[in-house]
Design a protein around this ligand. Structure first.
Ligand code: ATP
Length: 343
């Protein structure tokens, strides 16, 4: 196994307008789990298809360790890349049982006999489906089918596993269960994984690294906790996690991380001539404080374990907060902002 390297990769489908992917550079470390996150149409699937070999870059190059997989002049066909791809639709053969579905890629490679049976057993055990070997896909739940698809991609010991929104068709409960399966699958297989999703909570829960894309470009790559705490720019701040983005006059030279005493001072000295900056405030950092800024409650959503509040600051800007106590729209709710982040 080796590091997967994308070096200034672009893809222009020649349809006019901007390229689907533009000068994207990214390293996925060996054994890493990278989530490609971004809104619909930002180019995630195109990146994945270029890594797999289904699309050729129009510029830049893709390498696996020392090996060149593709550039604008050359491309190694998908079957010679030792990668496996899992799709949203599980693409299982309905007429084959689970074991035959899982073993199919081995048959294609001419592997048979005891070696074949052992590899199928191992792959089924990795996804905990040993007892389902004889079943047909139609007799399985959605989550079990997805696990068969995972076992099938694992059976050939791929260097890289590519996953294109594999949980998009599952309900919320099953999604959580499958997130656990994916994490375990990653740990047990040791494969390098690239996972495409537009669901930020999925990306944060699963990946060791999150890459955020917008309009064909890469905006930031970092570990989930890092990208949550220190997003770079308004787009990443808006895409990752919950929160409100405030526009405040911040004097030059202020640190990016702003605590409550500093924020209180900034709030009371909003001067016209100081340029404004975007400040991200997470709802968990907004706490009730009688000495704080008096906001008005706009709306309240009961979420079971807490209330999610939409608040208006005195200047009309919106803030989000959580409360354990019930409050009503129209109430005055004074808050302190424990910490904020300049985007
Ligand atoms: N084969 C193609 N021919 C022409 N344009 C394409 C082709 N494939 C993708 N595109 C365009 O490239 C852009 C990126 O598409 P892509 O499917 O990579 O986005 P995405 O982020 O995966 O979106 P989604 O989350 O909706 O799947 C889009 O504008 C899309 O219309």
């Amino acid at each position: 196994m080796a590091k997967l390297i994308l070096n200034h990769v672009s893809k222009d489908f020649g349809t006019g307008g901007r390229a689907a992917v533009h000068a994207l550079s990214l390293d996925v470390r060996e054994g890493g789990f990278l989530a490609l996150l971004g809104p619909s149409g930002c180019g995630k699937t195109t990146v994945l298809r270029m890594i797999a070999g289904f699309e050729q870059p129009t510029d830049g190059s893709i390498h696996l360790g020392e090996r060149l997989l593709a550039d604008a002049a050359h491309t190694l066909p998908p079957e010679r890349r030792n990668m496996a791809m899992v799709f949203q639709s599980y693409a299982l053969w309905p007429h084959m049982n689970v074991a035959d579905n899982v073993g199919y890629p081995l048959k294609v490679r001419g592997i048979s006999g005891e070696r074949y049976r052992q590899k199928v057993r191992e792959a089924l055990s990795t996804v905990r489906l040993e007892d389902y070997a004889e079943r047909r896909p139609a007799d399985l739940s959605g989550g079990q089918r997805q696990r068969v698809a995972l076992a099938r991609c694992l059976v050939t010991s791929p260097d890289v596993v590519l996953l294109d929104e594999p949980l998009a068709n599952l309900d919320r409960h099953l999604k959580k269960e499958m997130e656990e399966t994916f994490r375990e699958f990653h740990q047990r297989s040791g494969a390098t994984m690239v996972y495409v999703t537009h669901d930020q909570s999925e990306a944060m829960a699963l990946a060791t690294d999150v890459a955020v894309m917008s309009e064909g470009q890469l905006l930031q790559v970092a570990a989930p906790a890092e990208i949550y705490a220190r997003p770079d720019g308004r787009l990443v701040g808006g895409l990752v996690g919950q929160g409100a983005i405030l526009s405040l006059a911040i004097p030059d030279g202020w640190p990016r991380s702003i605590d409550w005493p500093a924020l209180k001072a900034i709030w009371s000295e909003q001067e016209e001539k100081i340029p404004r900056a975007d400040i991200l405030v997470r709802p968990e950092d907004v706490v009730a404080d009688a000495e704080g800024i008096a906001c008005r409650v706009d709306s309240v959503l009961y979420e079971g374990e807490r209330y999610a509040l939409r608040l208006s600051l005195p200047d009309g800007q919106v803030l989000r907060a959580y409360s354990r106590e019930a409050v009503k729209p129209g109430d005055v709710y004074a808050v302190a902002i424990r910490s904020a982040w300049r985007l």
